[in-house]
Design a protein around this ligand. Structure first.
Ligand code: ARG
Length: 463
């Protein structure tokens, strides 16, 4: 029998029962639902809304249900629709009449809002922890490759020389922002909707500060209608996950390129790549490709929830039951991608020689050649034009700037001297870029130190 049978003359159609029910996915929030109910019952007891011994009985009953669910001794029923009604019904079956007092001054609307927030709040630190592990891998790779010169690209054309360490720190900074974005989002969602009731609180002397504190929230939410109709926290979380996945996906794309035979900048460990069922020579970057592919799922989750919410009038609407599966899927996807990606990166071998020869092969030091003239007093625009002519000359003759004879340099400008070759060495080009944020060894070391400090602070909980 339904909890609302009093109002109804007919049983719910089985089609509707199946359609309406969310237990198949919201059962995942059983811990949060029980925690919320225990905090609520304790508050009801303390405020004299129910008797203290009743509150105790309810809490004991809920603890026993929790233990049974954990021991896999509980079967949820579709008839009871969702995790909230399943647990409440189970409680009354077990402890009798007292169980019926639990739902005083509460609605499933504030109940689901609190469960869902607690759930997302619990997962954010898990994801942050995984991102920090990835940061540690980046730091390790960077430290080992401070002098591994490689081409930096714009438009995927060789542009200026950089190092693998500088490249790794670029990603480290993206992931740092992901961590702080998740932290910001966690801080904003740290408000407890419990006690908002269906939408307008209740006439009982409910103490929302008590339940908020008991559940580990910073404070209760400020408006009861907003409390039950707000899913910003989930949207924001999905947005943060999407941006994080975007970073992982860009990184994956680079790794896929880098391990192609055209680039050969890195080689994936055998344990982190796969073969082909037909082509014996293949070694495929499946992990990176799947991470790139799964990024689409997480974006999809964000779009799902934004679209579900876009025209909902206040306050609760059943549409909002569609909020959970997309968030759960995003959590599972992100938590699956991060560790495998970190392990793949950790084990990949850097082919420093290939990176260097790619950097040496083109005209990656053309800017430096122009800068050489500028340092000798020429205005940059003029120097730029002269080097353009030199590059054109080299392309025709099959030379590069570092092999071009001095007389050819001087045929375009007599400012050139023998010291130009030194200025064009890749090492000079990289190490000359000592500017804050740049690729020179000491500049990258400073970047590494900053990320290390960021990671350290979090592992000691001092953020
Ligand atoms: N299963 C519902 C959900 O996930 C719980 C809230 C139901 N509230 C209601 N008034 N029908 O959103």
């Amino acid at each position: 029998m339904k909890l609302w049978a009093g109002r109804f003359q007919k049983e719910t159609d089985t089609l509707v029962n199946d359609f309406n029910s969310s237990i198949s996915f919201d059962a995942r929030m059983y811990q949060e639902d029980i925690a919320g109910s225990m905090a609520h019952a304790a508050m009801l007891g303390r405020q004299g809304i129910i008797e203290a011994h009743e509150a105790e009985k309810i809490i004991d009953g809920l603890k026993a249900i929790l233990a049974d669910i954990e021991a896999d001794n509980v079967e949820f029923s579709l008839e009871n629709e969702d995790i909230h009604m399943n647990i409440e019904t189970m409680l009354t079956q077990r402890i009798g009449e007292t169980g019926k007092r639990l739902h005083t001054a509460r609605s499933r609307n504030d109940q689901v809002a609190v469960d869902f927030r607690l759930f997302v709040k619990k997962e954010i630190p898990v994801i942050i922890g995984m991102v920090l592990e990835l940061e540690k891998v980046l730091i390790k790779k960077a430290k080992a490759n401070l002098e591994t010169v490689m081409p930096g690209y714009t438009h995927l054309q060789r542009a200026q020389p950089t190092t693998f360490a500088h490249y790794m720190m670029a990603y480290a900074n993206m992931f740092k922002r992901d961590v702080t974005r998740l932290e910001d989002c966690l801080e904003r969602m740290d408000e407890c909707p419990l006690g908002a009731g269906a939408l307008a609180t209740s006439t009982y002397p409910v103490d929302r500060f008590q339940t908020a504190a008991a559940l580990g929230f910073a404070r209760p939410t400020a408006n009861s209608m907003d409390s039950v109709s707000d899913r910003d926290f989930a949207v924001e979380f999905l947005a943060a996950c999407s941006i994080l996945m975007m970073h992982l996906s860009r990184f994956s794309e680079e790794i896929i390129l880098w391990c192609s035979w055209e680039f050969k900048y890195v080689e994936l460990d055998d344990a982190y790549s796969t073969g082909s069922s037909i082509m014996p020579q293949k070694k495929n970057p499946d992990v990176a490709e799947l991470v790139r592919g799964k990024t689409g799922r997480v974006y999809g989750s964000l779009m799902t929830l934004l679209t579900v919410m876009k025209a909902l009038p206040l306050a609760y609407n059943k549409d909002m039951q569609e909020d959970k599966e997309c968030v759960f899927d995003a959590i599972d996807t992100v938590e699956m991608c991060l560790p495998v990606f970190a392990a793949m990166l950790d084990t990949l071998a850097v082919q420093a020689k290939n990176m260097r020869s790619a950097a040496a092969g083109g005209f990656i030091n053309a800017t430096d050649c122009a800068d050489y003239l500028v340092k000798k007093g020429m205005p940059f625009r003029e120097a730029y034009m002269i080097v353009g002519r030199l590059v054109n000359m080299c392309i025709k003759t099959g030379e590069t700037l570092d092999t071009l004879p001095l007389k050819d340099f001087r045929s375009v400008s007599n400012v050139f001297d023998a010291d130009v070759y030194r200025a064009l060495e890749l090492k000079t080009c990289v190490n000359g870029r000592k500017v804050y944020g740049g690729p020179a060894k000491e500049a990258v070391e400073a970047q590494i130190a900053a990320i290390e400090e960021f990671v350290e602070a979090r592992s000691h909980g001092q953020t």
